[in-house]
Design a protein around this ligand. Sequence first.
Ligand SMILES: *Cc1c(COP(=O)(O)O)cnc(C)c1O
Length: 430
Amino acid sequence: MSALIQNSKLKSKNSPVWHPYTQMKNAEIIPIVRGEGTYLYDENGEQYIDAVASWWTNLHGHAHPVIANAIAEQAKKLEHVIFAGFTHEPAEQLAEQLLKRIPYHNKIFYSDNGSTAVEVAIKMALQYWSNQGEVRKKIICFRDAYHGDTFGSMSVSARGVFTQPFQNLLFDVVFIDTPNNENEIEVVEQLNSEIRKFRNSEIAAFIFEPLILGSAGMLMYSESALDKLISICKQNNILTIADEVMTGFGRTGKFLATDYCENKPDIVCLSKGITGGFLPFAATTCTQKIYDVFLSDEKYKLFFHGHSYTANPLGCVAAVASIDLFETENTFENISRIEFHHSKFAENLKGNARVKEIRMRGTIVAIELKTDESSGYLNNIRDKAYQFFIQQKIILRPLGNVIYILPPYCISDADLKKVYTAICDFLKET
Ligand SMILES: *Cc1c(COP(=O)(O)O)cnc(C)c1O
């Protein structure tokens, strides 16, 4: 190994690689060579606890042999095939596996990542109306939403630091406040009044992150509020799109966050955990009713969307293997175990002078710190906290002044405790 690669700071300066959501000036980039379970190892053999599941993607641990083998076997058989006009067993099998868990949906459209899953959902909703000769172009979303980094998904996201440079190019949407403990009645009223204002004939869909707005800082709201919002849309013939990109695959304690609701969304977006964290892959599922509107003798009614790697067989087999692991490894027992420890940790932090609010749901616990600066993604606490935890070989990547834990489900009790202790130490020492 060259001396250059051994010095991580030097490497970032000399590398041509540009990293996501990173100010590259003085960025310290850590080269990782190996992963196993909850751990990542750098080239010096240092072990890190991956307490953010590598950007919310990992479920069963790094380099899980069952998923790794499934990919290796498939790669030797068929690595990829054009998905227009062709299909393959892994795509059919995954569709069956996923739709079994979303029984109110009948169809699945594959793509590559969370942003594309959302693009597909938005375009599906818009073309659903245009195929029926209706011009509906308004989409309702939460004021703090995050749905991805492509232009469509940015358009239905918060107007904030992430989208500021592109603001003028985003299409108009209808924002309603993000629900919380205090404003649920008002949010319901806002939705009703927006629907009245546009006499619902211009509104195509309502898109939401169910129960937890991740990138906004793990903002949480109740299933009863969500249920109510979905039911209002249903009564008014407005499509509902659940962006389960972060919340899917057990994150909130159930397979989907919308499993907590009586009313079901018309479209569901899945990515991040879909392959257990192995490959870029996504799916958008929908009802038969939506699908049927695209069936026609008129060619222009076909769904105008597709990516080169649609339904990549390696992604499909990784996803099937990951879903199987939920049963063979009793993953939901692990999820309950994490939930149990998180709630004890949250209990202990109650009344801490540095803590403004603690939020938790399923395997996610978030601690919002009090701060003098206006809270937000670029808050200085973030850098301090990140450095503090990295020095302790724990990967936590606070969202502004919100420190959160979102671990792989295989994390041990001992490692969870290490993470809790590190957070308590940070609160004490800084
Ligand atoms: C991360 C995320 C996305 C975007 O997914 P990418 O794979 O990063 O494009 C969309 N929606 C939600 C809710 C997310 O958390």
